[in-house]
Design a binder for this molecule. Structure first.
Ligand code: FES
Ligand code: FES
Length: 364
C-alpha cells in the first residue's frame, strides 16, 4: 500500500502506478498533462515537497509520504494570479504546456517572489513550449511574481473585443489553470480504449497479421486492420498519400505507421493485448534522409509511376514537390552585396508545433 498526500488530502493506493496515471486515471486530475510520457517535456510537472518533479517518470513507491501539489491544488488566489498573468502576457496558445509551466513558476515564486528573468529561465528550463515560445511565458511569470509580491488585486478584464485592441485569448485562463479539456481528458460512460500497433522499424513489409490469440483474451473487443476500413484509406494535407493503416503485402514508411488497431475494455490491458497480435514483418533497409531518397536507386516508398491514392491518381516518386521561393531580383541583390552568408540549417526531430500528442476520443 502506498501513501501520499495530493492537494492536501491523504490517499492510499495498492498498485505501484506511475504518478501521472494515478493522478489522471485514479484521482481524475486531468490538469496534469501527458506530453511525452518520457520525462522530456515537463507538461506533467507537479510539486512534491516543494520540488518540481515529472509525474510521468515517478512511481508511487518513490513518493511514499510526500506532499504532492498539482495545478488543481493551487489556491484560488494563485489560480487568479497565474490565469491573469499568462492570459495578459499572451503566453498561451495551445496551452498544453502551460499547467506544467505554472507549476515550475510556483516552485520559483514560492521561494523568490522577485525573480530576475535569468532565474525564471532557469526555473522553466525543463519545460518545453513548442508554440508560444518563451519570452511571453517569462513575461507572464514576471507579472505573476509581481502580483504575489505586492499582494495587489488581480486586475479585472476590461477587454471589449474592439478591432485593434489587444485582447486576452478567451481560452487562456482555463488552459493556464488546467481546466480546459484536451482530447485525452475526456471520459464518457462505457468508454473503451484503442491503441495502434506500429512496426518495429521504419521500413517493414507486412507479411501477415494474426489477431486470433488477442481476440481470445477477456476484455479484447476487436482487432482491426486495413481490410476493415471501408472506402478511402488514404489521408493527408498536401497529398492524400498516407494510408491510415498499412495492409498485408504493403510496406511501412516510418516507425509511426499503424499496422493494426486493438480495442479493449480497459486502458491497462492495451499493452498486453497488443503484444498478443501476431504480426510477421520483413525488415527492409530504410531511407534515412532526403538526400538518400533523391538518389536514382533509392527505394520508391510510394511505388513507381502513377498511383491511386483513394480516389486520386498522382505521379509518385520520393519527391513530393519542388518549390522555389524568390522575391525581387536575387542576382542583382547578390551583385550589390558586400557579404554573403551560407549555412545549412537543421531542425530537431521534435515537431515544431503544439505539445499535445496525437489523440482522439470518438463518441458514437
Ligand atoms: S515530461 Fe512527463 S509528460 Fe513529458
Ligand atoms: S502553448 Fe506551449 S506548447 Fe502550446
Amino acid at each position: 500500500m502506498f501513501n501520499l498526500n495530493v492537494n492536501r488530502v491523504e490517499y492510499q493506493h495498492e498498485e505501484d502506478l506511475k504518478l501521472i496515471d494515478y493522478l489522471r486515471e485514479v484521482l481524475k486530475l486531468k490538469g496534469v498533462k501527458d506530453g511525452c510520457a518520457a520525462g522530456a517535456c515537463g507538461a506533467c510537472s507537479v510539486i512534491a515537497d516543494g520540488k518540481l518533479i515529472r509525474a510521468c517518470i515517478m512511481k508511487l513507491s518513490k513518493l511514499e509520504g510526500k506532499k504532492i501539489i498539482t495545478i488543481e491544488g493551487l489556491s484560488e488566489r494563485e489560480r487568479d494570479v497565474y490565469g491573469y498573468a499568462f492570459a495578459k502576457a499572451g503566453a498561451v496558445q495551445c496551452g498544453f504546456c502551460i499547467p506544467g509551466m505554472v507549476m515550475a513558476a510556483k516552485v520559483l515564486i514560492d521561494v523568490n517572489n522577485n525573480p530576475a528573468r535569468d532565474e525564471i529561465k532557469k526555473a522553466i528550463r525543463g519545460n518545453i513550449c513548442r508554440c508560444t515560445g518563451y519570452i511571453k511565458i517569462i513575461d507572464a511569470i514576471e507579472i505573476a511574481a509581481e502580483l504575489i509580491r505586492t499582494g495587489n488585486e488581480v486586475p479585472e478584464n476590461t477587454d471589449t473585443g474592439a478591432i485593434g485592441e489587444r485582447t486576452m485569448r478567451v481560452d487562456a485562463i482555463p488552459k493556464t489553470i488546467g481546466t480546459a479539456k484536451y482530447a485525452d481528458d475526456y471520459e464518457v460512460e462505457g468508454m473503451v480504449y484503442g491503441k495502434a500497433i506500429r512496426p518495429p522499424a521504419a521500413r517493414c513489409k507486412v507479411l501477415s497479421i494474426d489477431p486470433s490469440k488477442a481476440l481470445e483474451m477477456d476484455g479484447v473487443i476487436g482487432v482491426y486492420t486495413a481490410d476493415d476500413i471501408p472506402g478511402d484509406r488514404y489521408i493527408g494535407h498536401l497529398q492524400k498519400d498516407y494510408p491510415v493503416m498499412i495492409a498485408v503485402g504493403e510496406e511501412t514508411r516510418f516507425i509511426g505507421d499503424a499496422v493494426a488497431l486493438i480495442v479493449t475494455e480497459t486502458k491497462e490491458m492495451l499493452e498486453e493485448a497488443a503484444g498478443a497480435v501476431e504480426i510477421e514483418y520483413e525488415e527492409l533497409p530504410p531511407v534515412n534522409n532526403p538526400f538518400e531518397a533523391m538518389k536514382d536507386d533509392a527505394p520508391q516508398i510510394h511505388g513507381e509511376g502513377f498511383k491511386q491514392f483513394g480516389s486520386h491518381y498522382i505521379p509518385v516518386n520520393n519527391v513530393m514537390s519542388h518549390q522555389a521561393l524568390k522575391r525581387g531580383d536575387v542576382v542583382a541583390a547578390f551583385a550589390r552585396s558586400k557579404y554573403f552568408s551560407e549555412h545549412t540549417f537543421q531542425v530537431p526531430f521534435t515537431e515544431h508545433a503544439f505539445m499535445e500528442p496525437g489523440s482522439c476520443s470518438c463518441h458514437t
